[in-house]
Design a protein around this ligand. Structure first.
Ligand code: FES
Length: 168
């Protein structure tokens, strides 16, 4: 069903928690602490539909000062080289990754202490995860942050290899 489909091109990113849950995330609300988001697409009648039917659709957004986001992040898939989106599902065993308790602007998984650097394409900087968190290309549409393309890498394998080949 559509609420379980992964983030697709044109989806608007909306807050996945807190007071603003369900409202579009604005770039001005972002910083070096993560903001979790859901992709919002449309239902069969064209009405807005948040794709939260699959818990693996949870995303994370950060905004860093210009120049701090570097390779292997795909800069063309960021907004102005400052705002970046990733899958928030740990590539080790699928937990939701949070902010690091030791390094500002870094991420740490609560399950087995996997660590990622969102300024460097969410590459693994500690612990057992086998690969980076998948980067999701985003762009601006007015004030809204929208999905520009499918994940650049295969996210935690809730998407099967065969489906991934189709999405790519
Ligand atoms: Fe994240 Fe194991 S699930 S480190």
């Amino acid at each position: 069903t559509r609420d379980k489909m992964p983030p697709l091109k044109g989806d608007v990113l909306v807050h996945a928690g807190g007071d603003q849950e369900g409202t579009p995330v604005k770039v001005s609300e972002l910083g070096e602490k993560l903001v979790r988001a859901w992709p919002q697409g449309k239902d069969e009648e064209g009405k807005p539909l948040i794709r939260k039917g699959d818990p693996n659709n949870i995303l994370v957004l950060y905004r860093f000062p210009k120049g701090q986001i570097v390779a292997p992040t795909n800069l063309e898939a960021t907004i102005d080289g400052e705002t970046v989106a990733y899958s928030d599902v740990c590539t080790h065993a699928g937990c939701s990754v949070g902010d690091s308790d030791t390094g500002v602007g870094q991420m740490k998984c609560p399950c087995h202490s996997g660590q990622y650097d969102p300024k460097q394409g969410c590459k693994v900087i500690g612990g057992p995860p086998p690969r980076p968190l998948a980067q999701l290309p985003i762009t601006l549409d007015g004030d809204n942050i929208v999905v520009k393309d499918f994940f650049l890498q295969m996210p935690y394998p809730y998407i099967h290899e065969a489906e991934w080949e189709e999405f790519k």
